[in-house]
Write a protein that binds this ligand. Sequence first.
Ligand code: ADP
Length: 272
Amino acid sequence: KLSISPLRKINKTINSYAQAKNKEIEALQKNAEFRKEFIADISHELKTPIFAAQGYVHTLLDGAVEDKSVRLKFLKRAAKSLNALDKLVQDMLTLNQMESGVVKFHFESFDLKEVIHEVIEELEHKASKRDMLIRFYYDKEKTYRTFADKEKIFRVCQNLISNSIKYNNDGGEIDVSLKIHKNQITVEVKDNGKGIPPEDLKRIFERFYRVDKSRNREKGGTGLGLAIVKHILEGHKSKISVSSTLGKGSIFSFELPLEKEEAVVSSNKLIK
Ligand code: ADP
């Protein structure tokens, strides 16, 4: 007499194997779709600066090169498009490396206020050209020491402050502040610029997502900055928060752990 139970067992094994394989196939399909979409996005984004530079160069070759004033103007525009192309390729490489997890983080101890001072110094001339003021609030008595990847956190602050200038009105205000609450330091970048519509707010961290597509591209944005910011903060087990009111302005903030002075002293002792 044939026993039914070994057959059931075989059937169960086959079923769970099929289920696992189905899941694998689904994941592969999803990955293939993601890649297809990514490549479509990339080619679309690359075309804009390439076509622009090509246009200027061809117009020059077609005769505009004879006119001295036109020559200079078109060469400058072609150079600007090529710079945008360079920035785009660099950002794409960075994001791709981050998404595939090959980027290494180099953690060290440093004071956040020094990093932010450096970022403001770098961006001040951009702001003052448009009559904007960058104010920086922190408690002079305190240190804002954290343990993080300094270069990458510089990049996060650079991106947020640069956006608060880019998407602000001439004469606008930018307030950067550092606050300590319990064992966390909060970095906040606030502007009184254009703001972001609620329906776009969730999507601004996606690669290539821009609120005002053509205008923002003109401003020199790659649409990758906030996606990179998000990845860098994820690498620090932190996340970026945003609140915004259309026509009034936006606030971007993130937290990093506060490193206690005693911890710094003892880790220095250990190194010695
Ligand atoms: P971009 O390179 O275009 O600036 P980001 O990834 O840095 O790309 O930002 C994505 C989009 O989010 C921007 O195109 C812009 O529409 C919007 N955005 C970012 N920061 C601000 C801000 N401070 N105020 C208004 N809009 C902003």
